[in-house]
Design a protein around this ligand. Structure first.
Ligand code: C2E
Ligand code: CA
Ligand code: CA
Ligand code: CA
Length: 282
């Protein structure tokens, strides 16, 4: 027993050391990743369920390291947040995505449905005093209307420091930017704060979306969320829609917008070109 105990400890010790090493390697590699041009933006379409038309995109950050290869966001975003690097990287992506949106809107012309761009904003960025100035500057330099820019924040990010978050969110809202609650239903899930926050959009987490449209699925929560958001005059984006059954069910229940592999994966701007310019005119 003693021996196996020691072995267990040794194993644990090794894996802990490995984890620490991985983490340090990742952190060091991430420093300068932006400068070396290893970060890039991808865009995932967001579809209007009633019309089936393209409504906009969410931009998602990608990192391709020469030796580590593709590092998934769920690995590097937390490191970027903890080190504060997300502030600079996030501002860079915001600029990049807004610039891309301005080009796409110009290419589609004034008669087409005006696309929006959704950008994730982490709690670190929300706490940064310069965030509002960065957003204002991005709007001014691209000439985009503020309503074309959606900023996605998480419940937990807001709840961590509600007073600071609230004043920043109110400033952003005053600019005319649209605020969205990301991963709705996974965090504190306290419904009372929804009324206190100047949000216009709720993004229903994929874990709930995967519950709908199949036999015996537990669809009650999604129904309840849709009823509540409609009463509060919020628009809903369903995340992670992968099947036609999910899409059809969500549309029937009055869900406004959807995003997921069924409509398209996150791709580089060039790979979306045809779709963006294929505008259906009345
Ligand atoms: P998120 O904001 O909830 O983004 C949605 C995630 O779901 C993305 O993962 C997207 O690729 C994935 N997804 C979209 N449709 C489907 C689907 O139909 N099925 C499945 N299985 N997955 C789908 P991704 O790109 O790996 O990003 C993971 C998370 O990393 C994001 O979750 C977000 O929290 C964070 N993240 C990514 N880019 C950024 C960024 O630029 N800034 C910040 N602060 N966080 C980011
Ligand atoms: Ca998001
Ligand atoms: Ca999300
Ligand atoms: Ca999610």
């Amino acid at each position: 027993a003693k021996e196996s105990g020691r072995n267990t400890w040794a194993l644990f010790d090794t894996s802990l050391r490995d984890q620490l090493h991985d983490r340090i390697t990742l952190e060091q590699a991430l420093r300068g990743a932006m400068r070396r041009g290893e970060l890039y933006a991808t865009y995932q379409p967001i579809i209007d369920l009633a019309s089936g038309e393209l409504d906009g995109f969410e931009t998602l950050m990608r990192w391709e390291h020469p030796e580590l290869g593709h590092v998934p966001p769920l690995r590097f975003i937390p490191v970027a947040e903890e080190t504060g690097m997300i502030v600079e990287a996030g501002a860079w992506l915001l600029r990049e995505a807004a610039g891309r949106l301005a080009v796409w809107r110009a290419e589609r012309g004034p008669d087409a449905h005006p696309l929006h761009m959704s950008v994730n904003v982490s709690v670190r960025q929300l706490r940064d005093r310069k965030l509002v100035a960065v957003v204002r500057d991005v709007l001014a330099s691209t000439g985009l209307p503020a309503s074309a820019l959606w900023l996605e924040i998480t419940e937990s990010g807001v709840m961590e420091d509600i007073d600071t978050a609230l004043s920043t969110l109110n400033e952003l809202h005053d600019l005319g930017v649209v605020l969205a609650i990301d991963d709705f239903g996974t965090g504190y899930s306290s419904l009372s704060y929804l009324n206190r926050l100047p949000v216009g959009i709720v993004k229903l987490d994929r874990s709930f979306v995967s519950e709908v449209g199949r036999q015996g699925a537990n669809e009650q929560i999604v129904r309840a969320v849709l009823a509540m958001t409609s009463a509060l005059d919020l628009r809903v984006v369903a995340e992670g829609v992968e099947t036609e059954a999910q899409r059809d069910w969500l549309r029937e229940q009055g869900c406004d917008l959807a995003q997921g592999w069924l409509f398209g994966k996150p791709l580089r701007a060039e790979e979306h070109q045809g779709r963006v310019t294929a505008v259906s005119r009345p």
